[in-house]
Design a protein around this ligand. Structure first.
Ligand SMILES: Nc1ncnc2c1ncn2[C@@H]1O[C@H](COP(=O)(O)OP(=O)(O)OP(=O)(O)O)[C@@H](O)[C@H]1O
Length: 243
């Protein structure tokens, strides 16, 4: 049976006194990619922060890898969050950043040279990140995230700054990660990336006109490969548990 990696029930989150998410239900299985889509401000990043244990919900149940998400070393050994650009170490080059990530993880998924090649950074290996372009820095963030071992990848707009060719490559890299039995949840404004990665789409929608602002998860459109993968399995269903 496919292992359930994420289970969300009845999630309600308010920020600054305003309701942001209400009645979200979502599950994701091992080996699945879920693309969370929806308009600006609907609550995609907030949902990811809840999954990462960085935002406590007002109501609802969140289970990630068998327990509530917690800001602990054990949790972060299995979970990687790529959201805002990270702070870079002053004076360390692109290659040295990747070597550092590799050095602190016992079973890295690739070596620094392979990551430089895969993420199109070989020519900039000896530059400091501050001297990279926006898209190159995003590639470096993603390279560091995919180089280290993990079971769950939480990505907030991973397409940010990336050109069309690299978005295609990223889709293939995410599909490869999921094919190893790992799980991806990505908030994205790029339906093409979601489709190319074989993601199941979950759309967060705005509030109905007569209600307060809400984020409600609608049933997403599954990508072709994800649809096949999910056929006949109980895991990986997105539900709208309230509206
Ligand atoms: N710290 C905060 N205090 C109050 N309101 C906040 C806070 N952070 C976010 N919000 C509001 O919560 C709502 C959801 O924000 P969130 O960043 O989750 O949306 P999003 O769907 O990721 O948007 P985008 O597509 O623009 O990245 C927005 O209306 C935002 O203004």
């Amino acid at each position: 049976m496919t292992e359930t990696i994420i289970m969300l029930r009845g999630l309600r989150v308010g920020l600054g006194g305003n309701p942001v998410l209400r009645g979200i239900g979502l599950t994701a299985a091992a080996g699945e990619i879920v693309a969370v889509t929806g308009p600006n401000g609907v609550g995609k990043s907030t949902l990811l922060r809840c999954l990462a244990g960085l935002q406590s919900p007002d109501e609802g149940e969140i289970t990630v890898l068998g327990g509530p998400p917690r800001d602990t070393p054990a949790f972060w050994r299995d979970v990687v969050l790529v959201a805002d650009e990270p702070a870079w170490y002053p004076g360390l080059t692109v290659r040295e950043h990747l070597e550092l990530v590799r050095a602190v993880h016992p079973a890295p998924r690739m070596d620094a040279g392979e990551a430089l090649e895969t993420f199109g950074l070989r020519d900039r290996a000896d530059a400091v990140p501050q001297n990279l372009s926006t898209g190159q820095r995003q590639r470096l963030s993603l390279a560091a995230a995919l180089l280290r071992p993990s079971r769950l990848l939480l990505l907030d707009e991973p397409e940010r700054g990336l050109d069309a060719d690299f978005r295609e490559r990223l889709a293939a890299l995410l599909a490869g990660y999921a094919a190893e039995g790992r799980t991806v949840v990505a908030a994205t404004h790029d339906p093409g990336l979601a489709e190319a990665a074989g993601a199941r789409r979950v759309e967060l929608t705005d509030a109905p006109a007569d209600g307060p602002a809400t984020g409600s998860a609608g049933r997403g459109k599954p990508g072709r490969r994800a649809a096949r993968r999910n056929a006949g399995t109980a895991g990986g269903r997105a539900t709208r548990s309230a509206r």
